[in-house]
Design a protein around this ligand. Structure first.
Ligand SMILES: Nc1ncnc2c1ncn2[C@@H]1O[C@H](COP(=O)(O)OP(=O)(O)OP(=O)(O)O)[C@@H](O)[C@H]1O
Length: 336
């Protein structure tokens, strides 16, 4: 629930961006906010002179109380409230040997990217699965996942239309007999987007930017290569998904531009967790979780030194990518 205290210090332009429907509240209450877009709600409400207040019968406390009720009602009505995720918290469970994990709890906030590293079979996918399931001591790790500091309710956990989590998993096998266009149309329709054609074009364009070999709208999705279908799912998730949490289980080297893919998926409003064996992707995150024997063993913040190492890694990646592209084109590689 939104509290008026949180709103008072917001600039009117930010308030409008976050809750576009507030404009009709101001209009209905004959409050002219033009010229005050860069001022906070409090500054705006306190700018009235005694005369204004008497003449227009302005009651600031009542406006605030009404605005709080109005925003909460609108969020509930639009079904947006339950989808707002500002943070998730992982509360420690046990590793594969039954020992308590080496941390107490970790809160991940909106717009953070977290990578998950650790040897093969150490439990990276398990951690993602715990988050997807919003575990409540009911998985092998006995971890608990909180959303916005609370145990999420079941409706949130099991709703399929506005899913809490968008997951890009390692296996992306299409079984449906549809063309790319039909597949995206189905998805866009279920999301009720207005500009269907435009959105579909955007997804195919983005997917083709990620995949090496281009495909078009009339390609059957069963005919896409591993890398192409992966690229399509990434572009689809990035552009169409409203899920506030994106879980990525290794953007494996299926020939897609992984860094570009991550940039597509990252967005101010989302929490991104990605299991990876790739050093550049691991360091692109704000923090990384190190998993050992099924338990969280360390949480490391990516510091300045590692960020500068990331630059070097990216240069090396570019060299490797160029060589890969040239080999694919059938060229013979040359020194320098
Ligand atoms: N804390 C735990 N307690 C019990 N079982 C666990 C725990 N953590 C992970 N496991 C189990 O260990 C197995 C391997 O874990 P997982 O598949 O998550 O590894 P991974 O790190 O993703 O491996 P890869 O890098 O090969 O993808 C799974 O069966 C998983 O359920």
């Amino acid at each position: 629930m939104v509290k008026i205290k949180e709103l008072e210090a917001m600039k009117l332009s930010d308030l409008e961006n976050k809750y576009p429907f507030v404009l009709s509240f101001f209009e209905n209450n004959k409050l002219d906010i033009s010229g005050f877009e860069q001022r906070t709600l409090n500054e705006y409400l306190n700018h009235f002179t005694r005369e204004d207040i008497d003449e227009w019968a302005i009651d600031v406390d009542k406006i605030k109380a009404d605005l709080e009720v109005y925003i909460n009602q609108m969020l509930e009505f639009l079904g947006l409230d339950k989808d707002r995720v500002d943070s998730i918290t992982i509360i420690a469970g046990k590793d594969k040997y039954g020992n308590k994990e080496n941390f107490e709890q970790l809160t991940i906030n909106k717009s953070e990217i977290i990578s998950i590293v650790g040897p093969t079979g150490s439990g990276k996918s398990r951690l993602l699965a715990d988050i997807e399931w919003t575990a409540n001591k009911d998985t092998p790790t006995e971890r608990t996942i909180l959303v916005n500091g609370e145990l999420p309710d079941k409706s949130n956990r099991f709703s399929t239309s506005n899913k809490l989590v968008a997951q890009l998993s390692q296996n992306m096998n299409f079984v449906m007999d549809l063309t790319v266009r039909e597949f995206l149309e189905l998805h866009a329709r279920s999301r009720m987007v207005d500009n269907e054609e435009e959105v579909i074009n955007k997804i195919v364009e983005a997917a083709n930017e990620l995949a090496g070999e281009k495909f078009n709208m009339d390609t059957a999705i069963t005919g896409l290569s591993g890398g192409q279908s992966r690229a399509l799912m990434i572009a689809d998730t990035a552009i169409l998904s409203t899920s506030p949490i994106v879980l990525i289980d290794e953007i494996e080297n299926a020939g897609i531009d992984r860094k570009k893919a991550l940039n597509f998926l990252v967005n101010e409003e989302k929490i991104v967790l990605m299991a990876t064996h790739d050093p550049s992707l691991a360091l692109m995150a704000d923090k990384r979780i190190v998993i050992k024997n099924g338990g969280i063993y360390k949480i490391i913040e990516t510091g300045e030194e590692e960020k500068s190492i990331l630059k070097k890694l990216e240069e090396m990646d570019n060299i490797i990518n160029d060589m890969r592209a040239n080999l694919r084109k059938g060229e013979v590689l040359k020194n320098n």
